[in-house]
Design a protein around this ligand. Structure first.
Ligand SMILES: NC(=O)C1=CN([C@@H]2O[C@H](COP(=O)(O)OP(=O)(O)OC[C@H]3O[C@@H](n4cnc5c(N)ncnc54)[C@H](O)[C@@H]3O)[C@@H](O)[C@H]2O)[C@H](O)CC1
Ligand SMILES: [K+]
Length: 508
């Protein structure tokens, strides 16, 4: 595993740090190393000679900030320090004394601090234990109101390290330099508006110390390009043929939502799946044929509302002849028998959109517990709440872990930081996305892409949750590239399908 994959709580970071110090690394030496790395990064970002205000807290986050203050001072920046605390940790206090001895202006009163161009936030790191109140809270609000670029050390001060919740108030950082290993709170949706651009400062934590604390298979992992690309069905065997690259059945669309079926089909096409069958109401079959000539379009009898009434599979074709079934986009809620039929099948299954709403009406847990084979649920928060009304999703990691354990399914909870859990509680978090994807249809594309990848993975026995994580990563990377080239307003779902292939070229 690579460092970027690990995700830790404050307790785990404390334990890992403890092992490093117990092995002989002096705390001061580590602080010097870490703060030196931060100073190097700041020297690249902040033009030389500018004025930098350093906010110093009572613990080692403050210690890091004081070393940064000293280093930027020697590197030609105009530096001042705001340090309002009466009691500092020993090492932090030593650095504070030395900074003062160098003549760096230090202020304890907020109304005395001069203006500056940039702020460094070293108030609190993963040692924040309780809500921030009175003069410290006032100071944080005061500096946030300056609307200056703020660089936070380890975490924006005020964010809970594990949940990302704001403990009273929090610094709104422009950029967050997360130290050593990604903190779980930085991957939670509620933290996003405080983190700004997040980057990891690797300070050579030995993998042995990480494994010793997190275990061989860490409970929570961040999806990275390395892990995602490694799961793609690439390179292809030179002797492969269409029947060896999976056969995906999509069951989607209705007279009212023909577009959902087309977008799901285009997502599946981009996955490279060998054989693609799409079951839609008979009346929209010509539409699908015109958009996806390579797919086998199955025209189904329909209800008077234009929903699929049943699957007219040719005599010899049984559901089990498909590697994977993906069901739901555009289905409407008038296709309950279809959803029941695919749930009762023994085919690996993805349920999305209306299939999830129908599942919720049938009874999520009771309906799924009969299934003996792979099920993947891909709700957004609204669908999640309908499926699991008793599970709170403020901590999305815990939400998907609970839902997956209760259903035995792999559960993907969509959002700015999509979280995926397998029934054993191992979680993948997709830590890069774009608000450009928050549009109708982008979920349909994900379902088709994921179905196509799972159909191909069945051949290679790749773990289901790795493939689900790769689909989420690929989908969001395509959105990020499309937004970069067309702005965040220019990523409609059809455009997104075009970028799925384009973005892959950048990574393979
Ligand atoms: N990750 C690493 O291996 C390294 C971490 N370093 C830096 O050290 C901090 C963690 O330091 P620690 O002293 O444990 O905690 P903090 O600096 O985050 O501050 C805790 C400090 O503040 C007091 N406190 C907690 N909550 C409040 C509150 N609401 N109001 C007032 N005071 C509060 C608490 O009592 C402590 O005294 C880590 O983030 C890194 O920046 C190492 O220097 C480098 C390696
Ligand atoms: K901080």
């Amino acid at each position: 595993m690579i460092k970027e994959q690990f995700v830790v709580t404050s307790a785990q970071m404390r334990d890992i740090e403890g092992r490093i110090f117990a092995a002989g690394m002096p705390v001061a030496a580590l602080m010097e190393k870490v703060a030196g790395l931060i100073s190097d990064r700041l020297q690249v970002i902040i033009p030389k000679g500018r004025c930098v205000g350093i906010l110093v807290g009572p613990g080692h986050n403050g210690g890091d900030a004081l070393v940064v203050a000293r280093e930027l001072h020697f590197r030609g920046y105009q530096v001042w320090i705001y340090q309002p605390f009466s009691k500092l940790k020993e090492l932090t206090n030593q650095h504070f004394q030395y900074a003062q001895s160098l003549g760096i202006p230090c202020f304890q009163e907020i109304d005395k601090v001069p203006n500056c161009d940039f702020l460094i936030d070293g108030l609190f790191g993963f040692g924040l234990e309780r809500e921030i109140t009175d003069y410290i809270a006032a100071a944080i609000n005061y500096f946030n109101a300056w609307n200056k670029q703020i660089f936070s050390i380890d975490l924006p001060s005020g964010l809970h390290t594990d949940t990302g919740e704001v403990l009273g108030v929090a610094i709104r950082a422009t950029q967050t330099f997360c130290l050593g290993l990604w903190k779980q709170g930085l991957l939670q949706e509620q933290a996003l508006e405080y983190i700004g651009q997040a980057e990891l400062i690797d300070f050579d934590i030995p993998l042995a110390d990480i494994d010793a604390v997190l275990g061989e298979v860490p409970k929570i992992q961040r999806i990275t390009q390395t892990t995602a690309i490694g799961t793609l069905p690439l390179p292809r065997s030179p002797i492969t043929h269409k029947y060896k690259s999976g056969h995906l059945l999509l069951i989607c669309g209705s007279r009212r939502y023909a577009g959902g079926a087309i977008l799901t089909g285009l997502g599946a096409r981009a996955s490279g799946v060998g054989m693609l069958s799409i079951a839609v109401p008979e009346s929209i079959k010509p539409l699908l044929v015109s958009h996806l000539p390579e797919a086998l379009i199955i025209g189904c009898p329909e209800t008077e509302t234009g929903a699929i009434s049943h699957l007219p599979l040719p005599e010899k074709t049984h559901l089990s002849s498909f590697s994977v079934i993906a069901c739901g986009p555009g289905l409407t809620q008038d296709s309950t028998p279809i959803v029941q039929q695919v749930i009762e099948s023994d085919v690996p299954l993805i349920l999305d959109a209306d299939a999830l709403n129908i599942l919720a009406q049938l009874g999520t847990i009771s309906t799924l517990k009969k299934r003996q084979t792979t099920t993947v649920l891909t709700p957004h928060t609204g669908e999640f709440h309908r499926l699991f009304p008793d599970i709170s999703y403020t901590n999305r990691v815990k939400a998907v872990q609970t839902a997956a354990a209760q259903t035995g399914a792999v559960v993907l909870l969509k959002g700015a930081r999509t979280a995926i859990s397998n029934p054993e509680g191992v979680v993948w978090i997709n830590s890069e996305s774009t608000p450009a994807l928050a549009r109708g249809g982008s979920g349909d594309v994900l379902t088709g892409l994921m179905g196509g990848l799972l159909a191909q993975a069945a051949i290679k026995q790749t773990p289901i949750e790795d493939v689900v994580a790769t689909a989420a990563w690929w989908h969001s990377q395509a959105g990020i590239l499309a937004a970069a080239e067309r702005t965040e307003l220019g990523v409609d779902a059809f455009t997104l399908t075009q970028y799925l292939m384009k973005v892959l070229l950048d990574f393979t």
